[in-house]
Design a protein around this ligand. Sequence first.
Ligand code: SAM
Length: 229
Amino acid sequence: MSKFYVVATPIGNLEDVTFRAVGVLSAVDLILCEDTRVTARLLERYQITTPVLSYHAQSAFSKLEKVLGLIEDGKTLALVSDAGTPTISDPGVLLVSKIREKLPETEIIAVPGPSALAAALSISGLPASDFLFLGFLPHKKGRETLFKEIASSKRTTVFYESPHRIMKALESLKTHLEARPPSGRKIVVARELTKVFEEVFAGTPEEAKSYFDKNPDKVRGEFVVLVGV
Ligand code: SAM
């Protein structure tokens, strides 16, 4: 039976990798990754010499067929993404579902580890036993409707945001949260987790917006936004 590993990797700090992930990545025949240069940094750090093959969201269908062929030939593969857990707002969902469909005898094995979602929730202080995760919000169509839904949600809501849209997101949160009771609802903005400029801001959307307005140098890097109830 072939094995296909889905391996979580660090979201910034290269030491946040599990012993098991290092063992699996060292032992497999091939590692499928997004950006080979990003994965090379991790492999170098742990002296892993396994060959890599780029497999990303834009990969052609022929690449998928090639990967299925390798599994059929008995190769053991691992899938990683640039950061965190593959398939969570990252490529790999189609590949995993095709393996399940076309090669059902393949053992698909999770090697769990970091995810920005879990890391941000764990330090937010917001209810986390029951939450809604929206990944990246759409850029245009449906975006404001989603903010309306977030404002009326009875659950902590979490989404990923880019530095280009974070200020717009804070503005939208301010507008929609202010329009609905209870007033003074808190959000948490987690930035650059596990990295040198890691920072977590907690407050109302208005306070967050004013903080980042005053500190434009901090409107960069990677963000997770969490909205309290
Ligand atoms: N699969 C990844 C995971 O499990 O976290 C998420 C990949 S998604 C393409 C990248 C987004 O995750 C970033 O735009 C940001 O919103 C969030 N993210 C990733 N690393 C982060 C970090 N170190 N700090 C804060 N957010 C991060």
